[in-house]
Design a protein around this ligand. Sequence first.
Ligand code: GDP
Ligand code: FE
Ligand code: FE
Ligand code: FE
Length: 194
Amino acid sequence: MTKYFDGSIAQLEEKVEARLSDYRFQHVRRVRDYAIQLAEANGVDPDQAEVAALVHDYAKERSDSDFIAVIKRKKMDPDLMNWGNYIWHGVVGAEMIHDELGITDSDILTAVREHTTGAGATMSKLSQVIFMADYLEVGRDFDGVQVARDITKQSLGQGVKYQIVHTLARLVKKETPIYPKSLETYNYWVRKEN
Ligand code: GDP
Ligand code: FE
Ligand code: FE
Ligand code: FE
């Protein structure tokens, strides 16, 4: 029994595992391990970080039609229809996590919503921890990941800045559309001192 889920962590893991390929479930477990460490180093409740990490990609393998049904049924922002799985699995996924897993902690649900794009001034420490753990988990091996890990160990906020700068640069280079929230994240963190 945990404070954030009506059951044990093992039971929550089972529910997540049932919805994901083995490859993605292993990513989720590595994000959990990294998130607990970052939480402990940054004054965030590690139990809250653990639950948020375990559910962050819960909806990642759902069909587009599942997401579209939720967007319509809940009368979510119609602009969501202009995006795809990469945005939906966090923003719309949070609704599925609430409704299907019974997770009601609003900080956890917000961290899930923000885990792909980050957020500006309102981004909580929990949300920063999940955003960074997803980027830095030990299975990640992109160029610069060790630099990013070192920076984040020194300063969580500098890690957020590093990630958003480098992710946006990569997306722009590929001429991919940028979700407005990602730009908001960039504009806030690029100016921030730490
Ligand atoms: P994952 O679910 O563990 O694979 O990681 P994320 O949820 O953080 O990212 C999902 C995908 O969305 C990645 O390929 C990111 O590069 C991509 N992504 C992040 N921000 C944006 C954005 O603003 N626009 C677009 N088009 N893609 C983005
Ligand atoms: Fe994700
Ligand atoms: Fe991410
Ligand atoms: Fe992830």
